[in-house]
Design a protein around this ligand. Structure first.
Ligand code: TPP
Ligand code: SF4
Ligand code: MG
Length: 299
């Protein structure tokens, strides 16, 4: 493997074959030449990269617990500022917190909100695989409507998750931070550009990155880029930035593909293609259209 890619995060990790998480980490960390300190919530990224006695991390790394990656990052920022004040800091490091969707939308939301509100100088990256995946695929606040999950299972009386996903971008934006963006592992140059902007923004910044999960979304290991692209090409996962409160859409599909194109690639939506669930697909398509129109109006 290219040595530059493994300079901060080595190739010896245990993510599933066909998992995009390592590409997200390498792209974000590769977006700066400055020293970096990482805070990482419990989740797939952490459990697959810190198997005792080995580690995949070649930068200073703190495993926080499930809910406090942002609080740990805030503590690192406070420590750096104190050392700087007393003249003991030779070079300030960039601070990057990584959390899954469960560790960000749900259990870590309070810690994230506090760190954003206090204005700590750090980048928070949520890799969003739309569920609690390292523990077997339970639903999270990010799981989409209609998905089959371990805790919202499909059955004779159920078509899967019955709630909408949370709009985390709007929740984070409400903190008034200078830069946040939605990205997708299937578009790495776009992710790199956004990571560079975020890391060069003083104060808090935030990236929400879609991470298709071969294991729990159920698609072949060779397909994560194709599945990720369909998420954006159908407008299920638009790429956009919010800079000083201004919205910029990065993908404008002239003809968005129907949502079925994305749904049919994954076993977690297989049941939706039964006649009885036609209205569920129609609702998902309608929700995608409404969200896309709302986003365009914000630009
Ligand atoms: C307080 C607490 N509750 C539950 C767990 C068990 N647990 C560890 S990681 C995890 C799910 C993580 O989901 P997510 O943040 O989306 O990361 P992913 O595994 O999908 O990468 C759970 C339920 C825990 N470690 N701590
Ligand atoms: S369960 Fe999904 S997100 Fe986790 S390591 Fe495997 S493919 Fe990646
Ligand atoms: Mg997850």
């Amino acid at each position: 493997m290219n040595k530059d890619l493994t300079k901060k995060f080595s190739s010896g990790h245990a993510t599933c074959a066909g998992c995009g998480i390592p590409a997200i980490v390498r792209t974000v960390l590769g977006a700066t030449d400055e020293p970096v300190i990482v805070s990482n919530a419990t989740g797939c990224l952490e459990v697959t990269t810190t198997i005792y006695p080995a580690t995949s991390w070649k930068v200073p790394y703190i495993h926080s617990v499930f809910g406090n990656a942002a609080a740990t990052a805030a503590g690192i920022d406070a420590a750096q500022k104190a050392l700087e004040k007393s003249g003991k800091l030779k070079k300030k490091a960039k601070i990057v917190a990584f959390g899954g969707d469960g560790g960000t939308y749900d259990i870590g939301l309070q810690a994230l909100s506090g760190a954003l509100e206090r204005g700590h100088d750090f980048l928070y990256v949520c890799y969003d695989n739309e569920g609690y995946m390292n523990t077997g695929g339970q639903r999270s606040g990010a799981t989409p409507y209609g998905a089959n999950t371990e805790t919202a299972p499909v059955g004779s009386q159920s078509f899967g998750k019955t709630q909408q996903r949370k709009d985390l971008m709007e929740i984070v934006k409400a903190h008034g931070i200078k830069y946040l963006a939605q990205a997708n592992v299937a578009y790495l140059p776009d992710l790199k550009r956004k990571a560079q902007k975020a890391l060069n923004t003083p104060g808090p910044s935030f990236l929400l990155v879609l991470q298709p999960c071969t294991q729990i979304w159920k698609f072949p290991t060779s397909e994560y880029v194709a599945v990720g692209k369909l998420a954006t090409e159908t407008n299920f996962w638009p790429l956009y930035e919010i800079e000083d409160g201004k919205y910029i859409i990065n993908n404008i599909a002239k003809e968005p593909k129907p949502i079925e194109e994305f749904l049919k690639t994954q076993g977690r939506f297989k049941h939706l293609f039964k006649d009885a669930n036609k209205d569920v697909i129609a609702k998902i398509q309608n929700d995608v259209n409404v969200s896309w129109e709302k986003l365009q109006k914000k630009v």
